[in-house]
Design a protein around this ligand. Structure first.
Ligand SMILES: [Zn+2]
Length: 293
């Protein structure tokens, strides 16, 4: 039996879950509303809004020992504070099951001291961030401050990446792949975890293999790519650079199940890994090494 850690999980407090659409309207989170309360063509929801107990049960069912909770690229500072307060309570009450990445807004004043405080509060990293979605140019000073603080405090940064060649869905945000290469080069001491296979960055720009500070997670893979793509991705990336992440509570196989499909995804990954070493590294070993778990 493998040790399994899910490196990309989202969860929201009860006040959001109760009525996500209304919450988003009151709190001016327009993009989140589009992305997270969408319906599929058959009118079923794109994602679920589970409670903490439901997440713990889902983890038990899929033999996931720990989840790394991801924040969101909120449009307002107050939403970042709400998310961080919620996650702080969870990593305190369930230290054995949860790690968490914090949400930060680039427009926050004295961002460095905030990030230091987040580290002291027990946060392991920053993310899921998306300067493109928050309307922040990648050369903006505030983003530099965030990425510099992250490297000084040894906090990895998870960034949302959209594949420029993927189909467009409602709420799709352009994230030019060259921006991530530029960031990784400008901040060589910052560890970047590029979500969603980094939009296939290493397949499209094989030279990024030389950039030691770039990692990739598998969040939402079944929704984004055919299974045939996985071996191609593996052939372009060192297996020590890939982290299993689901993007829970997104429904990964909407035509197959009304649930999130996390167990199916783990099984699919396990059976398509070329070796036992790759499997163990991808499912837990790599993120354990990064977060010193
Ligand atoms: Zn994402």
């Amino acid at each position: 039996m493998h040790s399994i850690i899910d490196s990309h999980v989202h969860l929201y407090p009860e006040e959001v879950n109760k009525d996500p659409i209304q919450w988003a309207e009151v709190n001016q989170e327009k993009q989140w509303k589009i992305l997270c309360t969408r319906k599929r063509r058959d009118n079923s929801p794109v994602q679920l809004f589970p409670t903490v107990l439901e997440l713990l049960k889902a983890m038990d069912d899929a033999c996931v020992e720990r989840s790394v909770l991801m924040g969101w690229y909120w449009e307002t500072e107050s939403s970042c504070e709400m998310q961080n307060a919620f996650y702080k309570s969870l990593i305190n009450s369930h230290a054995d099951r949860f790690s968490a990445f914090a949400s930060v807004h680039p427009k926050t004043k004295q961002i460095k001291s905030l990030i230091k405080k987040l580290k002291d509060d027990g946060f392991s990293g920053l993310g899921e961030l998306s300067p493109h979605s928050q309307g922040v140019a990648i050369r903006e000073k505030s983003l530099s401050e965030i990425l510099t603080a992250a490297s000084e405090l040894a906090m990895p940064v998870n960034l949302h990446v959209s594949d420029p060649d993927s189909r467009r869905y409602e709420g799709y945000v352009e994230t030019p792949l060259k921006d991530f290469i530029a960031l990784a080069k400008r901040f060589p001491k910052t560890r970047f975890i590029l979500a969603h296979l980094g939009g296939l960055l290493p397949v499209k720009y094989p030279e990024v293999r030389d950039l030691e500070n770039i990692y990739y997670d598998t969040a939402a893979l079944p929704l984004l790519y055919e299974s045939a793509l996985w071996p191609l991705f593996l052939s372009h990336v060192d297996s020590s650079k890939i982290l299993y992440g689901s993007d829970y509570p997104l429904r990964l196989y909407p035509s197959k199940t009304v649930k999130t499909g996390v167990s199916d995804f783990i099984q699919a990954l396990e059976s398509s890994c070329p070796s036992e070493i790759t499997r163990a590294a991808l499912l837990a070993g790599n993120i354990k090494a990064i977060l010193k778990l």
